[in-house]
Design a protein around this ligand. Structure first.
Ligand code: SF4
Length: 175
């Protein structure tokens, strides 16, 4: 027999569950957050990982097939890989849920492999523009400049003036 699923009083069957892992973000998009002074949620008012997994388990057992992780920026949650691993191993009438994640992508270089190994099936990267000046304007953060600084620090130099950061490759200057 087909599982009836999670059905609301209008007869709609719900197949996916969205979980916000954090209210924090590394960007400050103009349409989303004020530039400063964001009143973050207190840690003890947020679900612990155990509580989150427990709620998701009930939902999956009731027929939820997909769990979408969002934020804020979900990759800022310190145990995000563990969260994905635990959610991906839940089991319900439709088998394991598909785990997907929406991110601004800034921490993907460090976390993508581990997330895939933990069971992440899909990633949606939110990117409003490929133009550096517009990205800076929209997000109030200069990602390219920050990357250039890190790149040069690793090589024992200092980052160049803006006009020398071409094509995403910084020409580091000696200290
Ligand atoms: S990246 Fe997303 S969550 Fe972060 S400030 Fe921008 S719109 Fe908001």
């Amino acid at each position: 027999m087909t599982h009836p699923g999670l059905t609301d009083r209008f007869g709609r069957v719900h197949r996916d569950l969205r979980i916000s892992l954090t209210d924090r973000c590394s960007l400050r998009c103009t349409y989303c957050m004020p530039a400063d002074g964001v009143p973050w949620l207190q840690r003890d008012s947020m679900l612990s990982t155990d509580e989150m997994v427990r709620i998701a388990r009930v939902a999956v057992e009731m027929g939820i097939e997909e769990i979408r992780l969002t934020g804020g920026e979900p990759l800022l949650r310190a145990d995000v890989v563990d969260v994905v691993d635990r959610l991906a191993h839940l089991d319900g009438p439709h088998g394991h849920p598909e785990i997907s994640l929406t991110t601004n992508g800034l921490r993907l270089p460090q976390l993508a492999s581990a997330l895939r190994d933990a069971g992440l099936a899909r990633v949606n990267v939110s990117l409003d523009t490929l133009r550096r000046d517009r990205f800076h304007e929209l997000t109030r953060r200069d990602k390219a400049r920050r990357d250039a600084r890190r790149h040069c620090r690793r090589r024992g130099g200092r980052s160049p003036p803006d006009q020398d950061q071409r094509g995403g490759h910084a020409r580091c200057q000696r200290r």
